[in-house]
Design a protein around this ligand. Sequence first.
Ligand SMILES: [Zn+2]
Length: 147
Amino acid sequence: MLAPEKRPDLPASLTAALLRGAKGQCPRCGEARLFRAFLKPVDHCPSCHQDWTKQRADDFPPYISIFITGHIMAGPIIYFGAESPIPLWIATAICLVMAAALMLALLQPAKGGTVALQWWHGMHGFVPSGHDEAAGAARPAGEGPWS
Ligand SMILES: [Zn+2]
C-alpha cells in the first residue's frame, strides 16, 4: 500500500468522501461514477476497483431526503397556509409538487453520501475502511469497528 501522501486520489477527510458520494462520484477515487442507475451503485469502481456491493444504505437515504425536504418546505407551507391570497387547493398542489421534486432531487445525493459514510467508517465489510486507508493504517479483515 502506498503511503497516504502518495495517494492523492483518496479523500483527506470524511467531508471530502461525503461530497464525492453526494455528487455521484466514487467516494474512494472521485474519478468514476458511483451509480449505474438512479439509485443503483456500480458493483466495482472502473477506476480504482473498489467493491461497492458491500454497501447497505437501506432506508437511510430516503430518511435523509424526507427530513431535509420537510425542513425546507416548512416555510412555504406556513406562508401558503397563513398569508397567501391564492386558494388553498392551489397552494396545496404547489406544495405537493415542490416537495416531491425536492425529495427526488435529494435522494441520489443522500444515497451517495450514505455509501461514502459506510465506506469511510468500514461498515458492512468495507475493509480497510476509507479512514484507515486514507491514514495509511489498514486493519486486517474482522477488526473494523462494525465488522
Ligand atoms: Zn473509484
